[in-house]
Design a protein around this ligand. Structure first.
Ligand code: FAD
Length: 413
């Protein structure tokens, strides 16, 4: 059948891959000139299959007020006269309880493991070059309390199939000698050897290349802005774009932070809010003192990923900032020099800011909507690179009437 995918980010392109593989005639629409120009452009590069716990959890309620008041802290909230923002926040606060966090973790872990399998299946069928490596992830902790909480989460996740180890500070330094400069505050860390990294933008470009080959036969229409969805008698009749109307039997809305606006035009409420983040990408020096694994500095909420010849450093989450906050990428560069001094040329770094499409519960929205012919694949938030392949496979299975690899219920729009 004819399928339209709105959005050529990692989620939309992965969706197009699985739909085209099932024999559907796929057209991908995006307003940008190039695929992967939105949140998928220069994200943290982590395929962190074992780090998918929802942002909403009981402990965040204690740290949130402190972070919110600190303009330079890793989390920032700018209140706006936007009912969508306030209803999102209320739903977020309601999800900050142990039961919801445990259920959310279990559902997201199942989806992330399915995503790892789905991405590996895609790469086996259509090899794609995107600086993909399985170099493991070390999450370092700077207080005894934080280390204890991380170990408790590790025990919870062990029961759900995660293979992780708790390391002492000395073991962290033996594994990552480059961390010597933070020796004083290092308490320990959790190592997950199976974690992967990759360049999400390069994968988007590779997917676009593969999709337009005859074997997949998809059409990618760039510089095509979707203005609205035209609904008649409860069914999606057309997708109205800056270049005319497009019709299909199924339209998948995978437009990242653009999803709620387009959803509204079909009277479908999509609780997705933009969480702004920042990254820098700096050339690695030959000094060999940079990270070997991908590293998360938990106290600073900063991630470091060796990506080919560069180090990608990402962090910060801001709600309600309509323009980038000055000084964020400079702060990431300073932080990088403090944690891995001399490892890369931060003066030559390229800088970026992007918007994570986040739901209040961190669970993405995958599946059909109440409008016939309209499905969602959106809201992967801080984990869109990690969850894209599994989310796409899940939607393709639902469309084909196959048994999906995970229970679709927690992700139902
Ligand atoms: C700083 C930062 C670090 C991150 N680090 C990681 C990480 O390490 N690991 C991880 O798994 N995830 C990470 N993420 C999250 C991840 O990048 C996102 O979840 C993911 O890129 C979302 O993909 P998407 O396809 O849904 O959205 P996008 O990539 O934003 O794609 C949506 C597309 O829809 C198009 N669009 C929107 N509206 C319209 C319209 N009206 N008409 C036509 N086209 C439209 C846009 O142009 C865009 O191309 C990070 C995000 C940020 C910001």
């Amino acid at each position: 059948m004819k399928v339209i995918v709105i959005g050529a980010g990692i989620v939309g392109l992965a969706t197009a891959w699985w739909m085209a593989r099932d024999g559907h005639e796929v057209t991908v629409l995006d307003e940008a000139e190039q695929p992967g120009s939105g949140a998928s452009f220069a994200n943290g590069a982590q395929l962190s299959y074992s780090y998918v716990a929802p942002l909403a959890e009981p402990a965040i309620l204690k740290t949130l007020p402190k972070y919110m008041l600190d303009r330079n802290g890793p989390l920032r909230f700018v209140p706006r006269a936007d009912p969508g923002q306030w209803s999102w926040l209320l739903r977020f606060l309601a999800a900050c309880n142990a039961t919801a966090a445990a259920h959310g973790t279990a559902s997201l872990l199942r989806l992330s493991f399915a995503s790892r399998d789905a991405l590996h299946a895609m790469l086996a069928a259509t090899p794609m070059a995107f600086d993909h490596a399985r170099n493991g992830k070390l999450v370092v902790q700077s207080s005894v309390q934080a280390m204890q909480a991380a170990q408790a989460q590790m025990r919870l996740q062990a029961a759900l199939g995660c293979e992780q180890q708790a390391l002492t500070a000395a073991e962290c330094l033996a594994l990552e000698p480059g961390l010597a400069s933070i020796r004083q505050r290092l308490v320990g860390g959790i190592l997950t050897p199976s974690e992967e990294v990759g360049d999400c933008h390069k994968l988007c470009l590779e997917l676009a290349r593969v999709l337009t080959k005859p074997a997949f036969g998809a059409t990618l229409l760039s510089s095509t802005r979707v203005e609205r969805l035209v609904v008649e008698s409860g069914r999606l009749r057309a997708v109205r774009t800056s270049r005319g109307d497009h019709e299909a039997e199924l339209t998948v809305l995978a437009a990242g932070v653009g999803t709620p606006t387009l959803g509204r035009s079909a009277r479908v409420t999509v609780p997705v809010l933009a969480l702004r983040g920042y990254s820098i990408t700096a050339p690695i020096r030959a000094s060999n003192c940079g990270p070997r694994h991908s590293i998360t500095d938990s106290a600073r909420k900063t991630v470091y990923a060796p990506l080919g010849a560069a180090l990608r450093v990402a962090g910060f989450a801001e709600i309600g900032t309509t323009t980038p906050t000055p000084g964020r990428t400079e702060a990431l560069a300073r932080e990088t020099e403090a944690v891995f001094p001399g490892a890369c040329d931060t003066a030559a770094a390229t800088t970026w800011t992007g918007l994570r499409p986040a739901t209040p519960t961190s669970l993405p929205l995958i599946g059909p909507t109440r409008i016939k012919g309209l499905a969602l694949n959106a809201g992967q938030g801080a984990l869109g690179f990690t969850l894209a392949a599994g989310s796409a496979r899940l939607l393709a299975d639902l469309v084909a009437g196959r048994d999906p690899p995970v229970d679709p219920a927690p992700f139902r729009p």
